[in-house]
Design a binder for this molecule. Sequence first.
Ligand SMILES: NC(=O)c1ccc[n+]([C@@H]2O[C@H](COP(=O)([O-])OP(=O)(O)OC[C@H]3O[C@@H](n4cnc5c(N)ncnc54)[C@H](OP(=O)(O)O)[C@@H]3O)[C@@H](O)[C@H]2O)c1
Length: 403
Amino acid sequence: MKYISSLSSPVFNRHCGRTLAILGSTGSIGTSALKVVAKNRDALKVVALAGARNMSLLARQAETFRPECLGVLTEEKARELRALLPAGYNPQIFVGQDGYVALATLPETDLILAAQVGAAGLVPALAAARAGKVICLANKEALVLAGNLFRQTCQDSGAVILPVDSEHNALFQAFIGHGGKQVSRLILTASGGPFRTKSVEEIRAVTPAQALKHPNWSMGAKISIDSATMMNKGLEIIEAVHLYGASPSEVDVVVHPQSIVHSLVEYADGSQLAHLGMPDMEIPIGYCLGYPQRLNIGLERLNLAKVGTLTFEAPDLMRFPCLGLAREALAAGPSHPVVLNAANEIAVQAFLDGRITFTGIARLIERMLSNHSLTSVHDLEDILDLDAQTRTRSEEAIGKGEC
Ligand SMILES: NC(=O)c1ccc[n+]([C@@H]2O[C@H](COP(=O)([O-])OP(=O)(O)OC[C@H]3O[C@@H](n4cnc5c(N)ncnc54)[C@H](OP(=O)(O)O)[C@@H]3O)[C@@H](O)[C@H]2O)c1
């Protein structure tokens, strides 16, 4: 297996005053990252923050960290934000996707934390890769949509990707230490989500409020629903294939309800290296922001005697068909994951809006995948076109009550 990018950058020789741009600072990952920054002010300096719609939070973050640049989704949001900023503080406000791209490629930035949710994060993250940046990548959808393009771009530009997703961060730590040599399998752990022990009948009737209540992790709405359907693990299989240059059959999933073992790498002799820690995203975020050193995170330490029992079980594809759909999409070819992701994003929002049921999420994705024939997704434009077409078709199918 071969990691997606090189791991050399002059940034890694400096452990003080690293400059950081956070795209998605108002989200769950973004706010955790700012907690890490607050505990490591000498090591990290925020130069840009970007949210989309939550201007009161972005204004509070900006007031605390005083970056020179901010990013928002629309001109209206920019006006709202400006009115909320304290007198005498006049950062430059960037707007829309072009604005996010500008923030992802600022010459003065050492590290980009790509923490926007969904396909919206692809273009800025890819722009950062083209600019040869060190990218702390939380936005897994970017790799699901354009993993091959990222690999090529990192090779051409020298960009470095550090994985924030806790499972991939765990794999990274167990993989890179051994140079990726003689790896036979990557094993992603999954909590199983809030419906792990529910029957098919019970799962049919679950509400958005139940699905949003993850047993171990506090996360944004979209990834919480993805965890409940186990699509999150499906997306992570695709992410792992691209990050580590693994074949799909080399990536396994095991359900581990305690979320203490974050993933494992198996080597040629059958031994497995696991990464353990408390389920808190500050740990993998801090690992990436401080890489190759470890930052002060200051969280409760893992006490295995207190945890007592760690359990593992095989995932159930009957009750969680999204996991199987992700594998099918990965096997079918590079355009199918684009369809899978777009249909999933539309389905998750429709479920949260009460327009489809929980089980309708998998039905819609299955319908979109079965209607899709492999197409070329060599460049960004192909990917964005297919993403847009699938979103339109998915909304039409929901409108017609086809899922
Ligand atoms: N949360 C976790 O524990 C976790 C763990 C591993 C990986 N991840 C991945 O990290 C990413 C972020 O997850 P999250 O849980 O932090 O999500 P989240 O809480 O929903 O936050 C998403 C962020 O993206 C911004 N955003 C929303 N729509 C946008 C758009 N159209 N254009 C640009 N920005 C937009 C949001 O801004 P506003 O809020 O201002 O609208 C917010 O800052 C996802 O890809 C997720 O899969 C998350």
